[in-house]
Design a protein around this ligand. Structure first.
Ligand SMILES: O=C(O)CCC(=O)C(=O)O
Length: 305
């Protein structure tokens, strides 16, 4: 089997305290990312969902930036340029959480994640595919679809130094097909910038992370904003890294912080050798759903979609 992860890499998830001040959020994110790189030598760094704005449908139009045509100008997307500069300055792969995106041609809003490489180049864009529309009476009602439109592609990114990762956003984690397809296409790591809440976070955050890891025998990282009880939406926090055997390598509480874990290709190989579901699948009984999905080199557009 070809190595999924070419060499060990430190993954850092920044559980940022996100405020209503976009400029502050950007400079604060920069400080935290540089700190993670300096203190831990992180090679892949992740920011939370909606890291440069409060989370909530009423905020999306106000904070939205325009990303297309790519690259946008500095005034169309200060966040695009801040993240690109930061990835270059720190010489890292930076998964920039997500931001509200406004697409001028369709007049639609999306919840979009941008990933940059160590030269500051944009490697991938993921628009949240599954919008967070739920209604648990007496607990939480949320309808992202009132203002957002969904993306239409699975996002798998090749990091030349390390291998392949997959990026999806928050509620996307509840749809196991994305993870299955990414793992079958050779991803060593599934990353989910996300902001679960006090109801569903307590129930399902860790369960989802460990389920995605054990079913696919890959590393999983979930990166949340820290909890702010004065905000309209109270994020669960608990950013965590899980290994391919579903063991939690590192987890935060609800406060701001950074969780770092070293990812190793040998661990994936060891786990897959021990419990060899990879060679025991019965595609004569059920279909291999990854076969129908095209990656970028197979014709999927890298940006938008
Ligand atoms: O799935 C959940 O419980 C939370 C999802 C969410 O908060 C989101 O998609 O932003």
């Amino acid at each position: 089997m070809a190595k999924l992860l070419k060499k060990p890499v430190k993954l850092a998830l920044i559980q940022l305290a996100c405020t209503a001040d976009k400029a502050h959020n950007l400079s604060h994110a920069r400080n935290k990312v540089l700190e993670a790189v300096k203190q831990h030598n992180a090679g892949i760094v992740v920011l939370p969902e909606c890291f440069n704005s409060p989370y909530g449908t009423k905020y999306f139009p106000k904070y939205a930036e325009t990303l297309l045509p790519s690259p946008p100008t500095e005034s169309q997307s200060p966040t695009f340029h801040a993240l690109s500069r930061l990835a270059k300055e720190a010489k890292i792969y930076l998964v920039g959480g997500s931001i509200p995106e406004y697409e001028e041609s369709s007049k639609k809003l999306f919840n979009t994640s941008l990933t940059f490489g160590p030269s500051g180049e944009l490697l991938a864009t993921h628009r949240k595919v599954h919008l967070f529309d739920i209604d648990i009476p007496g607990k939480i009602t949320f309808r992202e679809s009132e203002v957002l439109s969904p993306g239409n592609k699975i996002t798998i990114v090749d990091l030349p130094e390390y291998g392949r990762i997959a990026i999806a956003i928050c509620y996307d984690i509840r749809f196991p097909e994305l993870a299955t397809i990414a793992a079958r296409k050779g991803a060593f790591l599934l990353l989910y910038p996300g902001a679960f809440n006090l109801t569903t976070g307590a129930l399902h955050w860790e369960l989802q992370a460990r389920a995605k890891a054990v079913d696919n025998q890959v590393y999983v990282g979930l990166c949340s904003p820290s909890r702010d009880m004065d905000a309209d939406y109270n994020a669960w926090g608990h950013s965590m890294v899980v290994d391919p055997n579903a063991e939690i390598l590192g987890e935060l509480d609800e406060k701001e912080g950074t969780v770092v874990a070293e990812l190793k290709g040998e661990r994936i190989e060891e786990v897959r050798k021990g419990i060899p579901i990879y060679t025991q699948r019965r595609f004569d009984v059920y279909p291999d759903i990854s076969k129908d999905v095209k990656l970028e080199e197979e014709g999927q557009p890298p940006v938008g979609g």
